[in-house]
Design a protein around this ligand. Structure first.
Ligand code: HGY
Ligand code: MN
Ligand code: MN
Length: 422
C-alpha cells in the first residue's frame, strides 16, 4: 500500500491533539526553561506511562508490559497472528532534558494509530506502539537497556547491580516499578512465540542541525553511528591538603587530569567526526582540604566507522594506564554499540511517504544512538527524523514546531499503513 493509498488516515492526523499531548507530558518533570527531567523507573516516569495508557485505553488499544518494563500499546490487525509492525521510542529524559527527545516518537506512534482507526483503515498486521525502558542511561548506565533486553543483546538481569546516584540498584527500581504496575497485563520479553516484529519504525527529533539548516522536513535515517561508553575509576590516597608535600601525594584528581589530557590526544580528529565526551566526574571524599583518593569519570565515544571506533576505543585503557603518575586505575566498558545500517525496506517506505506528502527529505545517519539500532538484528528497521531548532537537544530549549512534528506523524501514518498491509 503506497503512501498515496492512505490519504484519509494521513488527513486524520491532528497537529493540535499531538501537541496537546506533548505539552501534557512535558508537565511531568518540568524544569525551568521549558525543560523536562523525567528519569526512568521513577514516580514521574510512572505518571507519564499512566497518562499514555489512559489515552491508549480510550482508543481501545491492548496495553502490556514485559519483564524489563517495556510498554506496548497494541492495535489489532485483521490477521492477528501476523508479525506486528512496531513504532515508538522512549519516555525517559536526560536530567537537563527537553520536551521532545524520545516522547515525541511514542506520541507520534499513538497519533498514527489513532489516525488509522479514525480513518477506518484496517491493517492486516497488528501495530504496536512501544515505549522502551531506560533509553537515556542517565540514571542507570548504559542506555537502551529495554531494547537491548528485548532484542536479546543482554539478559534482562545483566544490569541488576547497576546503581544510581542514591545507591538504588536497577534491579530494585525495576522490581518496585513492576509492582506498582502490577495491574497492567504482562507479556513475554522479546520475541514471543517465535514471532519477531515485521518491522520497527522510530520517529525522533534529529538532535542535530542538518534538517533545519537545509530547509528540510524529514530525515530518512538509514543508519546509526557507533557508541562506546567506559567508566574510569582512579584510586589514590587521602591526605591533608595543608601538610602533605605534593611529591608524596597519590592525588586521584591530578592523575585524572593527566588521563583526560592523554585521551584528548587519542581522540583528536581534525575532521571533527569523532565524538569524545567526559560528561560525569565524581570525586571522593570531595572535600576542599583533603587530597582526593578516588575519582570516577565516564567516557562517551562515538564514530560512524567501525574500525575507528574499535581502534580508538580499544586504546583507551592503555592510554589511561600510561598517563597515571601516582595512582592506579580500572577501565570498564559499559556500552558497546557498533555502527548499524538499516535494511532498505523501512527507509525506502519513509522516503516514499515523504515524497507522496510533498515533504523535502534527506537520507542521513544518526549521530545520536537510539533503541532502533538494537532492533536491527530482529527485523527491518528505520527512523523518521524531524528538524529541531538549532539542532539543540539534551537541553531545556530543545524545540520542534507543532507543524514539523505533525508532518513526522503523517509520514509515520503512511508508513504504517504501507508496512502493516504487506
Ligand atoms: O545519547 C544519545 O545519543 C541518546 O540521545 N540518548
Ligand atoms: Mn532519544
Ligand atoms: Mn536523548
Amino acid at each position: 500500500m503506497s503512501a498515496g493509498v492512505a490519504p484519509n488516515a494521513v488527513a486524520a492526523v491532528s497537529e493540535a491533539r499531538q501537541w496537546d499531548r506533548l505539552m501534557q507530558m512535558a508537565q511531568l518533570g518540568a524544569i525551568p526553561g521549558d525543560g523536562v527531567n523525567r528519569a526512568c523507573l521513577t514516580d514521574l516516569d510512572r505518571q507519564a506511562r499512566r497518562l499514555l495508557i489512559s489515552w491508549a485505553e480510550a482508543l481501545g488499544l491492548g496495553v502490556s508490559v514485559d519483564a524489563i518494563g517495556n510498554l506496548f500499546l497494541r492495535h489489532e490487525g485483521t490477521e492477528p497472528g501476523l508479525a506486528p509492525v512496531l513504532a515508538g521510542s522512549h519516555m525517559d529524559t536526560q536530567p537537563n532534558g527537553g520536551r521532545f527527545d524520545g516522547i515525541w516518537g511514542v506520541l507520534a506512534g499513538l497519533e498514527a494509530v489513532q489516525a488509522l482507526r479514525e480513518a477506518g483503515i484496517a491493517t492486516r498486521r497488528p501495530v504496536e506502539v512501544v515505549a522502551w525502558t531506560n533509553e537515556e542511561g542517565g540514571r542507570f548506565a548504559p542506555g537502551c537497556m529495554g531494547s537491548m533486553a528485548y532484542a536479546g543483546f543482554k539478559p534482562a538481569d545483566a544490569w541488576d547491580a547497576v546503581a544510581d546516584n542514591d545507591g538504588v540498584t536497577f534491579a530494585a527500581a525495576l522490581r518496585q516499578h513492576l509492582a506498582l504496575e502490577a495491574d497492567i497485563p504482562r507479556r513475554g520479553l522479546g520475541v514471543v512465540d517465535g514471532v519477531a516484529p515485521f518491522a520497527y519504525v522510530e520517529p525522533h527529533i534529529e538532535q542535530g542541525p542538518r534538517l533545519e539548516s537545509g530547509g528540510l522536513d524529514i530525515g530518512v535515517v538509514d543508519g546509526i553511528q557507533g557508541s562506546r561508553w567506559f567508566l574510569v575509576e582512579i584510586f589514590g590516597r587521602t591526605d591533608h591538603a595543608g601538610t602533605t608535600p605534593l611529591a608524596m601525594r597519590k592525588d586521584a584528581v591530578q592523575d585524572m587530569l593527566r588521563a583526560i589530557a592523554a585521551l584528548n590526544e587519542l581522540t583528536h580528529d581534525p575532521d571533527d567526526v569523532l565524538r569524545f565526551t567526559v560528561g560525569r566526574i565524581e570525586v571522593s571524599p570531595n572535600s576542599p582540604n583533603t587530597v582526593a583518593d578516588r575519582v570516577r569519570f565516564t567516557i562517551d565515544l562515538r564514530h560512524p566507522d567501525r574500525a575507528v571506533l574499535l581502534a580508538r576505543g580499544d586504546a583507551i585503557e592503555g592510554v589511561v594506564q600510561g598517563a597515571l603518575r601516582t595512582c592506579t586505575a580500572t577501565v570498564t566498558e559499559r556500552f558497546h554499540a557498533l555502527p548499524s545500517r538499516f535494511d532498505p525496506l523501512v527507509p525506502d517506505a519513509v522516503e516514499r511517504a515523504a515524497a507522496a506528502l510533498g515533504l523535502k527529505a534527506l537520507r542521513m545517519t544518526s549521530g545520536a544512538f537510539h533503541d532502533a539500532q538494537f532492533l536491527v538484528p530482529l527485523c527491518p528497521t528505520g527512523m523518521i527524523f524531524v528538524p529541531c531548532r538549532g539542532g539543540v537537544s539534551h537541553h531545556p530549549s530543545e524545540y520542534s514546531e507543532p507543524s514539523q512534528l505533525a508532518a513526522g506523524a503523517r509520514v509515520l501514518t503512511a508508513v504504517l499503513a504501507d508496512l502493516a498491509n504487506r
